[in-house]
Design a protein around this ligand. Structure first.
Ligand code: KIV
Ligand code: ZN
Length: 515
């Protein structure tokens, strides 16, 4: 793609870099669900996983390749033969497959991580890109830690990747270290100094350690990059990646100075954001740009007054443009299944029949207990159902004895792999008694790192949403549970986290060492 074109490809790596966020893990069906939304949204390329990393990743790339209709599917590979072949096998059913291979090029990574010198790295670039090119037409090459790489060496690496057959050159700011001016200068110098730079697309991949990921990516585009790698809600390693919704809305809202085009339907942002948040159990911060709960909320009197007179006084984009619609369908005790399904769809969820039945049952139950049902109540219920539909451990019943006198006791029944098991345990407080009971029925050695409760809506009849974070053997998982009974929500959250841990354990490839 030439620098003259204003079209910027959107490469989404929510399912790969996003899934590498500590605590995030996605099942195959969850990945497929997200991929289908991205497909409809007009994303150009989805990086669906790192096929050598685990069976689960391989399967995800392979299945996503089969189900999506328009979007290109890409699998990540290090520079080794096994990685490349595995990625090639995973994308082989995609309509337009891509292999994305990378190697670190900065002095610190080459010396301490790879223990390779410059010549060895150049040789590895040549063999990996050539091998990938034998498997697929479209090969992307990345210089890991490019922004801390010696510039002359980076030129040589990029030249080698191009001459070996790469058609996209990605320049990651792996550690989120660069600034907009510096990143502009790096991309600009590559385009100006590499003779065949006009034959390839340059790509940005910016991490958010200094909060500059979006600014850096846009700066890279201004310098001539025509692919942006990003994730929904900005999830990803450490502080995350550049947020897809922020990048695309910046280009849309400030077209006067960022005159670039993408194919993305921004009206699907709210839906995609909620889906990713629910699948990963990562809450979206309230004041998050574009998709945060408060992004279009106006609290102060002066702002409200201005908004009533003219929306543009305090809004630079409309809520509708990002898919946030006014809550029109009032849900209550008498709402039927169809209305519930419609509401769920509006909130971003396409429910399968079994999920719909279970969620609808919970909704009815809630409507009996609570006068008004808000969107957030429905989101909380569906999130719970969504994450539990493929679970190995399910809550059957819970009875609690608590209060000022006597022991705090939990009487718990779980369904574990289709077998009901029950126990009664004491604890120092009802939550402790519940968690002890769960540990008793499903022994594990994960540490409880976080237990947090917040009210989904206002009022004493509000649902409580509980988050639980567990850590085991370097793996962190988060579970969320919602219920009008805080203790039931606590049990659900702990069980949710355990189910995610089980997925993570199953997905781990014992032979995979990250270098
Ligand atoms: O941050 C990074 O360098 C990466 C590469 C694998 C592209 O995620
Ligand atoms: Zn990354």
């Amino acid at each position: 793609m030439s620098k003259n074109s204003n079209y910027v490809k959107i490469f989404d790596t929510t399912l790969r870099d996003g899934e590498q966020s500590p605590g995030a893990s996605m099942s195959l069906s969850e990945k497929i669900q997200i991929a289908e939304v991205f497909d409809t949204m007009g994303i150009d390329i989805i990086e669906a996983g790192f096929p050598i990393a685990s069976e689960g990743d391989f399967e995800a790339v392979s299945e996503v390749s089969k189900v999506v209709k328009n979007v290109q599917v890409c699998g990540l590979a290090r520079a080794g033969q096994k990685d490349i072949d595995r990625a090639g096998a995973a994308v082989k059913n995609a309509v337009n497959p891509r292999i994305h291979t990378f190697i670190a090029t900065s002095p610190i990574h080459m010396k301490f991580k790879l223990q390779m010198d410059e010549d060895q790295v150049l040789e590895a670039i040549n063999t990996s890109v050539s091998r990938a090119r034998n498997l697929v037409e479209d090969v992307q090459w990345s210089a890991e830690d490019a922004t801390r790489t010696d510039r002359e060496f980076l030129f040589k690496c990029v030249e080698t990747a191009i001459s070996s057959g790469a058609s996209t050159i990605n320049i990651p700011d792996t550690v989120g270290y660069t600034t907009p001016e510096e990143y502009y200068e790096i991309i600009d110098s590559l385009i100006k100094n590499i003779p065949s730079s006009d034959k390839v697309t340059f790509s940005t991949h910016c991490h958010n350690d200094l909060g500059l990921a979006v600014a850096n990516s846009l700066s890279g585009v201004r310098a001539g990059a025509r692919q942006i790698e990003c994730t929904m809600n900005g999830i990803g390693e450490r502080a995350g990646n550049a947020a897809l919704e922020e990048l695309v809305m910046s280009m849309k809202v400030r077209k006067d100075i960022l005159n670039y085009d993408s194919n993305v339907d921004t009206k699907l942002f709210t839906r995609a954001s909620k889906l990713v948040s629910s699948v990963t159990s990562f809450p979206v911060q309230f004041n998050k740009a574009i998709v945060g709960k408060n992004a279009f909320a106006h609290e102060s009197g002066i702002h409200q007054d201005g908004m009533l007179k003219n929306n543009e006084t305090y809004e630079i984009m409309t809520p509708e443009s990002v898919g946030l619609s006014e809550s029109t369908l009032v849900m209550g005790k008498h709402s039927g299944r169809h209305a519930f399904k419609e509401k769920a769809y509006e909130l971003g969820y396409a429910l399968a029949d079994n999920q719909l039945n279970d969620a609808f049952y919970r909704f009815k139950d809630l409507a009996d207990k609570k006068k008004e049902i808000f969107d957030d109540d429905i989101i909380a219920i569906i999130d719970d159902e969504f994450s539990s539909s493929i679970d190995q451990i399910k809550l059957v019943s819970l009875k609690i004895q608590a209060g000022t006198s006597g022991p705090q006791i939990a009487d718990l029944v779980l369904n574990i792999n289709n077998e009901e098991k029950s126990t009664i345990c004491e604890g120092s407080g009802p939550v402790d008694a519940i968690f002890n009971s769960i540990r008793n029925l499903f022994p594990h050695k994960a540490d409880l790192q976080l237990y947090q409760v917040h009210a989904v809506t206002q009022g004493t009849d509000a649902q409580a949403e509980v988050s639980v974070r567990l850590h085991e053997d370097g793996k962190t998982v988060v579970g969320r549970g919602a219920d009008t009974d805080t203790l039931v929500a606590s049990a659900r959250a702990y069980i949710g986290a355990l189910n995610r841990l089980i997925i993570k354990r199953e997905k781990a490839n014992p032979d995979f060492i990250e270098t």
